[in-house]
Design a binder for this molecule. Sequence first.
Ligand SMILES: O=C(O)C[C@H]1C=CC(=O)O1
Ligand SMILES: [Mn+2]
Length: 373
Amino acid sequence: MSQVLIESLSATIVDLPTIRPHKLAMHTMQQQTLVIIRVRCSDGVEGIGEATTIGGLAYGNESPESIKTNLDAHFAPLLVGQDAANINAAMLRLDKVIKGNTFAKSGVESALLDAQGKRLGLPVSELLGGRVRDSLEVAWTLASGDTARDIAEAEQMLDIRRHRIFKLKIGANPVDHDLKHVIAIKKALGERASVRVDVNQYWDESQALRACQVLGDNGIDLIEQPISRINRAGQVRLNQRSPAPIMADESIESVEDAFSLAAEGAASIFALKIAKNGGPRAVLRTAQIAEAAGIALYGGTMLEGAIGTLASAHAFITLKQLTWATELFGPLLLTEEIVTEPLLYRDFALHVPRTPGLGLSLDEERLARFARH
Ligand SMILES: O=C(O)C[C@H]1C=CC(=O)O1
Ligand SMILES: [Mn+2]
Protein backbone atom coordinates (compact mmCIF):
# COMPACT_ATOMS: atom_id res chain seq x y z
CA MET A 1 0.00 0.00 0.00
CA SER A 2 1.45 3.38 -0.94
CA GLN A 3 1.91 5.94 1.80
CA VAL A 4 -1.11 8.06 2.74
CA LEU A 5 -0.21 11.71 3.23
CA ILE A 6 -1.85 14.54 5.14
CA GLU A 7 -3.08 16.99 2.49
CA SER A 8 -4.63 19.74 4.59
CA LEU A 9 -5.66 20.77 8.08
CA SER A 10 -8.42 23.30 8.73
CA ALA A 11 -9.90 24.78 11.90
CA THR A 12 -13.40 26.27 12.22
CA ILE A 13 -14.68 28.17 15.26
CA VAL A 14 -18.29 27.25 16.07
CA ASP A 15 -20.54 29.03 18.60
CA LEU A 16 -23.40 26.95 20.02
CA PRO A 17 -26.17 27.95 22.45
CA THR A 18 -26.45 26.25 25.87
CA ILE A 19 -29.64 25.03 27.60
CA ARG A 20 -29.08 27.53 30.48
CA PRO A 21 -26.30 29.73 31.78
CA HIS A 22 -23.56 27.52 33.31
CA LYS A 23 -21.95 29.27 36.29
CA LEU A 24 -18.35 28.40 37.08
CA ALA A 25 -16.25 30.31 39.61
CA MET A 26 -14.19 31.98 36.87
CA HIS A 27 -16.83 32.46 34.19
CA THR A 28 -20.55 32.17 33.42
CA MET A 29 -21.07 30.41 30.12
CA GLN A 30 -23.94 31.76 28.01
CA GLN A 31 -22.85 29.64 25.04
CA GLN A 32 -20.05 27.23 24.19
CA THR A 33 -17.41 27.72 21.51
CA LEU A 34 -15.84 24.71 19.79
CA VAL A 35 -12.90 24.57 17.40
CA ILE A 36 -13.55 21.85 14.83
CA ILE A 37 -10.46 20.41 13.12
CA ARG A 38 -10.58 18.62 9.77
CA VAL A 39 -7.59 16.66 8.48
CA ARG A 40 -7.88 15.63 4.82
CA CYS A 41 -5.69 12.77 3.61
CA SER A 42 -4.47 11.67 0.16
CA ASP A 43 -6.64 8.50 0.25
CA GLY A 44 -9.79 10.63 0.46
CA VAL A 45 -10.32 9.95 4.18
CA GLU A 46 -11.09 12.92 6.42
CA GLY A 47 -10.49 12.87 10.17
CA ILE A 48 -12.36 15.20 12.54
CA GLY A 49 -11.24 16.46 15.93
CA GLU A 50 -12.21 19.13 18.43
CA ALA A 51 -10.25 21.60 20.58
CA THR A 52 -12.53 23.24 23.11
CA THR A 53 -12.01 25.31 26.23
CA ILE A 54 -14.26 27.23 28.63
CA GLY A 55 -14.70 31.01 28.74
CA GLY A 56 -12.10 32.27 26.28
CA LEU A 57 -8.92 32.60 28.34
CA ALA A 58 -10.71 32.39 31.72
CA TYR A 59 -9.93 28.69 32.22
CA GLY A 60 -6.68 27.84 30.48
CA ASN A 61 -3.79 29.18 28.41
CA GLU A 62 -5.47 28.69 25.04
CA SER A 63 -8.58 30.41 23.64
CA PRO A 64 -10.63 29.31 20.61
CA GLU A 65 -9.07 32.17 18.66
CA SER A 66 -5.49 31.32 19.66
CA ILE A 67 -6.12 27.65 18.93
CA LYS A 68 -7.27 28.46 15.39
CA THR A 69 -4.43 30.93 14.77
CA ASN A 70 -1.81 28.46 15.98
CA LEU A 71 -3.29 25.56 14.02
CA ASP A 72 -3.32 27.62 10.81
CA ALA A 73 0.10 29.24 11.25
CA HIS A 74 2.17 26.58 13.05
CA PHE A 75 0.54 23.14 13.07
CA ALA A 76 -0.70 22.87 9.48
CA PRO A 77 2.69 23.58 7.79
CA LEU A 78 4.34 20.93 10.00
CA LEU A 79 1.71 18.30 9.19
CA VAL A 80 0.97 18.74 5.48
CA GLY A 81 2.91 16.13 3.49
CA GLN A 82 3.49 13.87 6.52
CA ASP A 83 2.45 10.21 6.78
CA ALA A 84 -1.20 10.31 7.91
CA ALA A 85 -1.07 6.73 9.17
CA ASN A 86 1.83 7.28 11.60
CA ILE A 87 0.17 9.21 14.40
CA ASN A 88 3.10 8.73 16.74
CA ALA A 89 5.56 10.31 14.29
CA ALA A 90 3.18 13.18 13.50
CA MET A 91 2.65 14.04 17.20
CA LEU A 92 6.39 13.77 17.99
CA ARG A 93 7.06 16.15 15.09
CA LEU A 94 4.64 18.67 16.61
CA ASP A 95 6.04 18.23 20.13
CA LYS A 96 9.57 18.93 18.91
CA VAL A 97 8.66 22.37 17.58
CA ILE A 98 5.53 23.45 19.50
CA LYS A 99 5.63 24.02 23.26
CA GLY A 100 2.43 23.55 25.26
CA ASN A 101 -0.74 24.11 23.20
CA THR A 102 -2.17 20.85 24.49
CA PHE A 103 -5.75 21.78 23.51
CA ALA A 104 -4.76 22.24 19.86
CA LYS A 105 -2.59 19.10 19.98
CA SER A 106 -5.50 17.13 21.43
CA GLY A 107 -7.78 18.17 18.55
CA VAL A 108 -5.15 17.21 15.98
CA GLU A 109 -4.40 13.85 17.62
CA SER A 110 -8.15 13.12 17.75
CA ALA A 111 -8.54 13.93 14.05
CA LEU A 112 -5.58 11.73 13.08
CA LEU A 113 -7.01 8.85 15.14
CA ASP A 114 -10.44 9.34 13.57
CA ALA A 115 -8.93 9.22 10.07
CA GLN A 116 -6.84 6.14 10.83
CA GLY A 117 -9.82 4.36 12.37
CA LYS A 118 -11.98 5.10 9.32
CA ARG A 119 -9.14 3.94 7.06
CA LEU A 120 -8.71 0.63 8.90
CA GLY A 121 -12.38 0.10 9.75
CA LEU A 122 -11.66 0.22 13.51
CA PRO A 123 -13.09 2.31 16.35
CA VAL A 124 -10.54 4.68 17.94
CA SER A 125 -10.74 2.64 21.17
CA GLU A 126 -9.25 -0.32 19.29
CA LEU A 127 -6.42 1.84 17.91
CA LEU A 128 -5.69 2.77 21.54
CA GLY A 129 -5.20 -0.86 22.49
CA GLY A 130 -8.78 -2.07 22.86
CA ARG A 131 -11.84 -1.25 24.92
CA VAL A 132 -12.65 -3.09 28.13
CA ARG A 133 -16.19 -1.64 28.36
CA ASP A 134 -18.79 -0.11 26.04
CA SER A 135 -20.22 2.58 28.27
CA LEU A 136 -19.17 5.11 30.91
CA GLU A 137 -21.22 6.45 33.80
CA VAL A 138 -21.66 10.22 33.43
CA ALA A 139 -22.02 12.85 36.17
CA TRP A 140 -24.00 16.08 35.67
CA THR A 141 -22.93 19.52 36.83
CA LEU A 142 -25.46 21.57 38.78
CA ALA A 143 -24.45 25.16 38.03
CA SER A 144 -27.58 27.26 37.57
CA GLY A 145 -26.46 29.47 40.46
CA ASP A 146 -29.69 28.79 42.40
CA THR A 147 -30.04 26.09 45.11
CA ALA A 148 -33.75 25.29 44.53
CA ARG A 149 -33.29 25.18 40.78
CA ASP A 150 -30.26 22.88 41.15
CA ILE A 151 -32.25 20.49 43.37
CA ALA A 152 -35.14 20.41 40.87
CA GLU A 153 -32.67 19.74 38.05
CA ALA A 154 -31.06 16.87 40.01
CA GLU A 155 -34.46 15.33 40.80
CA GLN A 156 -35.35 15.42 37.12
CA MET A 157 -32.05 13.74 36.17
CA LEU A 158 -32.66 10.98 38.73
CA ASP A 159 -36.25 10.52 37.45
CA ILE A 160 -35.22 10.07 33.84
CA ARG A 161 -32.25 7.88 34.90
CA ARG A 162 -29.74 10.14 33.14
CA HIS A 163 -27.46 11.03 36.10
CA ARG A 164 -27.03 10.01 39.74
CA ILE A 165 -23.69 11.75 40.31
CA PHE A 166 -23.77 15.53 40.68
CA LYS A 167 -20.88 17.99 40.67
CA LEU A 168 -21.55 21.40 42.17
CA LYS A 169 -19.57 24.39 40.96
CA ILE A 170 -18.62 26.58 43.90
CA GLY A 171 -15.92 29.06 44.86
CA ALA A 172 -17.30 32.35 43.52
CA ASN A 173 -19.40 33.12 46.64
CA PRO A 174 -18.28 33.55 50.27
CA VAL A 175 -17.27 30.14 51.66
CA ASP A 176 -20.13 29.81 54.16
CA HIS A 177 -22.68 30.72 51.49
CA ASP A 178 -21.28 27.99 49.22
CA LEU A 179 -21.19 25.44 52.06
CA LYS A 180 -24.88 26.08 52.84
CA HIS A 181 -25.73 25.62 49.16
CA VAL A 182 -23.87 22.30 48.95
CA ILE A 183 -25.24 20.91 52.22
CA ALA A 184 -28.83 21.81 51.21
CA ILE A 185 -28.45 19.91 47.95
CA LYS A 186 -26.87 16.87 49.64
CA LYS A 187 -29.68 16.85 52.25
CA ALA A 188 -32.35 16.92 49.52
CA LEU A 189 -30.76 14.08 47.50
CA GLY A 190 -29.48 11.94 50.39
CA GLU A 191 -28.15 8.52 49.53
CA ARG A 192 -29.87 8.59 46.12
CA ALA A 193 -26.93 10.48 44.63
CA SER A 194 -23.20 11.08 44.92
CA VAL A 195 -22.61 14.80 45.49
CA ARG A 196 -19.21 16.34 44.74
CA VAL A 197 -17.84 19.87 44.48
CA ASP A 198 -15.47 21.69 42.15
CA VAL A 199 -13.91 24.86 43.59
CA ASN A 200 -11.87 25.66 40.47
CA GLN A 201 -8.91 26.90 42.60
CA TYR A 202 -10.94 29.65 44.31
CA TRP A 203 -10.08 28.99 47.98
CA ASP A 204 -6.81 29.67 49.73
CA GLU A 205 -5.38 27.01 51.99
CA SER A 206 -6.72 28.63 55.18
CA GLN A 207 -10.28 28.56 53.81
CA ALA A 208 -9.92 25.11 52.31
CA LEU A 209 -8.71 23.49 55.54
CA ARG A 210 -12.01 24.22 57.31
CA ALA A 211 -14.28 23.91 54.27
CA CYS A 212 -12.95 20.46 53.30
CA GLN A 213 -13.64 19.26 56.86
CA VAL A 214 -17.23 20.58 56.74
CA LEU A 215 -17.84 19.06 53.30
CA GLY A 216 -16.47 15.69 54.37
CA ASP A 217 -18.56 15.73 57.55
CA ASN A 218 -21.68 16.37 55.47
CA GLY A 219 -21.37 13.46 53.08
CA ILE A 220 -19.68 15.14 50.11
CA ASP A 221 -17.80 12.41 48.26
CA LEU A 222 -15.07 14.35 46.45
CA ILE A 223 -13.47 17.83 46.41
CA GLU A 224 -12.03 18.99 43.09
CA GLN A 225 -9.18 21.50 42.88
CA PRO A 226 -9.91 23.48 46.07
CA ILE A 227 -6.81 25.72 45.85
CA SER A 228 -4.49 27.19 43.23
CA ARG A 229 -2.50 24.87 41.03
CA ILE A 230 0.53 26.97 41.92
CA ASN A 231 0.36 26.13 45.65
CA ARG A 232 1.75 22.62 45.41
CA ALA A 233 2.84 22.35 49.07
CA GLY A 234 -0.67 23.41 50.14
CA GLN A 235 -2.21 20.73 47.93
CA VAL A 236 -0.02 18.11 49.58
CA ARG A 237 -1.10 19.27 53.06
CA LEU A 238 -4.80 19.36 52.09
CA ASN A 239 -4.58 15.92 50.54
CA GLN A 240 -3.30 14.63 53.88
CA ARG A 241 -5.93 16.39 56.01
CA SER A 242 -9.19 16.45 54.06
CA PRO A 243 -11.72 13.79 55.12
CA ALA A 244 -13.10 13.77 51.55
CA PRO A 245 -10.66 12.84 48.75
CA ILE A 246 -9.02 15.64 46.78
CA MET A 247 -9.04 15.54 42.97
CA ALA A 248 -6.51 17.41 40.82
CA ASP A 249 -7.93 19.17 37.76
CA GLU A 250 -6.29 22.51 36.90
CA SER A 251 -3.08 21.21 38.51
CA ILE A 252 -2.66 18.94 35.50
CA GLU A 253 -1.67 20.95 32.43
CA SER A 254 0.59 18.24 31.02
CA VAL A 255 1.63 14.62 31.49
CA GLU A 256 4.69 15.94 33.36
CA ASP A 257 2.43 17.78 35.84
CA ALA A 258 0.69 14.45 36.50
CA PHE A 259 4.03 12.86 37.31
CA SER A 260 5.12 15.56 39.78
CA LEU A 261 1.68 15.61 41.49
CA ALA A 262 1.91 11.85 41.93
CA ALA A 263 5.50 12.01 43.18
CA GLU A 264 4.63 14.69 45.75
CA GLY A 265 1.35 13.12 46.90
CA ALA A 266 -0.76 16.19 46.03
CA ALA A 267 -4.03 14.39 45.17
CA SER A 268 -5.65 10.99 45.49
CA ILE A 269 -7.74 11.33 42.29
CA PHE A 270 -6.79 12.69 38.85
CA ALA A 271 -9.29 14.28 36.45
CA LEU A 272 -8.26 13.00 33.03
CA LYS A 273 -8.78 15.52 30.22
CA ILE A 274 -7.58 14.95 26.68
CA ALA A 275 -7.25 18.73 26.17
CA LYS A 276 -4.90 19.18 29.14
CA ASN A 277 -2.55 16.41 28.10
CA GLY A 278 -2.48 16.73 24.32
CA GLY A 279 -4.92 14.10 23.08
CA PRO A 280 -6.44 10.67 23.66
CA ARG A 281 -3.03 8.94 23.54
CA ALA A 282 -1.43 11.57 25.77
CA VAL A 283 -4.18 11.33 28.41
CA LEU A 284 -3.53 7.60 28.71
CA ARG A 285 0.06 8.37 29.70
CA THR A 286 -1.29 10.41 32.63
CA ALA A 287 -3.65 7.54 33.46
CA GLN A 288 -0.70 5.15 33.55
CA ILE A 289 1.23 7.43 35.91
CA ALA A 290 -1.82 7.52 38.20
CA GLU A 291 -2.28 3.75 38.06
CA ALA A 292 1.36 3.18 38.98
CA ALA A 293 1.07 5.63 41.89
CA GLY A 294 -2.21 4.22 43.22
CA ILE A 295 -4.12 7.39 42.30
CA ALA A 296 -7.78 6.89 41.33
CA LEU A 297 -9.18 8.08 37.99
CA TYR A 298 -12.05 10.27 36.82
CA GLY A 299 -12.92 11.00 33.19
CA GLY A 300 -13.02 14.80 32.93
CA THR A 301 -14.32 17.24 30.33
CA MET A 302 -13.73 20.75 29.04
CA LEU A 303 -17.42 20.72 28.07
CA GLU A 304 -16.62 19.62 24.55
CA GLY A 305 -19.32 18.88 21.99
CA ALA A 306 -19.90 15.41 20.55
CA ILE A 307 -16.53 15.07 18.80
CA GLY A 308 -14.31 15.95 21.77
CA THR A 309 -16.59 13.97 24.07
CA LEU A 310 -16.27 10.79 22.02
CA ALA A 311 -12.51 11.32 21.56
CA SER A 312 -12.28 11.32 25.38
CA ALA A 313 -14.66 8.37 25.75
CA HIS A 314 -12.70 6.15 23.33
CA ALA A 315 -9.62 6.65 25.55
CA PHE A 316 -11.49 6.20 28.83
CA ILE A 317 -13.14 2.89 27.82
CA THR A 318 -9.68 1.33 27.50
CA LEU A 319 -8.91 1.94 31.21
CA LYS A 320 -8.93 -0.83 33.79
CA GLN A 321 -10.82 1.22 36.36
CA LEU A 322 -12.52 4.62 36.53
CA THR A 323 -13.31 4.62 40.23
CA TRP A 324 -15.01 8.05 40.14
CA ALA A 325 -16.78 7.63 36.74
CA THR A 326 -16.84 10.49 34.22
CA GLU A 327 -18.44 13.84 33.46
CA LEU A 328 -18.71 13.46 29.69
CA PHE A 329 -22.00 15.38 29.47
CA GLY A 330 -20.82 18.32 27.29
CA PRO A 331 -23.21 17.65 24.38
CA LEU A 332 -26.17 17.60 26.80
CA LEU A 333 -25.44 21.23 27.77
CA LEU A 334 -25.89 22.33 24.14
CA THR A 335 -29.21 22.96 22.41
CA GLU A 336 -27.72 22.34 18.97
CA GLU A 337 -25.31 19.80 17.49
CA ILE A 338 -23.12 19.84 14.39
CA VAL A 339 -22.95 16.06 13.88
CA THR A 340 -25.50 13.85 12.15
CA GLU A 341 -26.11 11.39 15.04
CA PRO A 342 -26.61 12.51 18.64
CA LEU A 343 -24.62 10.61 21.28
CA LEU A 344 -26.46 7.87 23.15
CA TYR A 345 -27.02 8.64 26.86
CA ARG A 346 -29.09 5.99 28.64
CA ASP A 347 -29.32 4.48 32.14
CA PHE A 348 -26.84 6.96 33.66
CA ALA A 349 -24.21 6.20 31.01
CA LEU A 350 -22.76 7.30 27.67
CA HIS A 351 -22.66 4.40 25.21
CA VAL A 352 -19.64 4.51 22.91
CA PRO A 353 -20.18 3.49 19.27
CA ARG A 354 -18.26 0.60 17.68
CA THR A 355 -18.28 2.17 14.23
CA PRO A 356 -14.94 3.12 12.60
CA GLY A 357 -13.02 6.15 13.89
CA LEU A 358 -14.72 8.26 16.53
CA GLY A 359 -18.08 7.13 15.13
CA LEU A 360 -19.38 10.55 14.04
CA SER A 361 -20.03 12.53 10.86
CA LEU A 362 -20.26 16.30 10.53
CA ASP A 363 -23.60 17.81 9.54
CA GLU A 364 -22.29 20.25 6.93
CA GLU A 365 -25.41 22.39 6.89
CA ARG A 366 -25.42 22.86 10.67
CA LEU A 367 -21.66 23.38 10.79
CA ALA A 368 -21.97 26.17 8.20
CA ARG A 369 -24.89 27.71 10.12
CA PHE A 370 -23.03 27.92 13.47
CA ALA A 371 -19.51 28.59 12.15
CA ARG A 372 -18.03 31.97 13.02
CA HIS A 373 -17.13 33.96 9.90
O1 LIG B 1 -14.02 20.65 35.64
C1 LIG B 1 -14.06 21.81 35.24
O2 LIG B 1 -13.49 22.63 35.91
C2 LIG B 1 -14.72 22.19 33.95
C3 LIG B 1 -16.01 21.62 33.60
C4 LIG B 1 -16.30 20.23 33.83
C5 LIG B 1 -17.62 20.11 34.14
C6 LIG B 1 -18.14 21.40 34.27
O3 LIG B 1 -19.29 21.72 34.55
O4 LIG B 1 -17.15 22.29 34.06
MN1 LIG C 1 -12.72 21.07 37.41
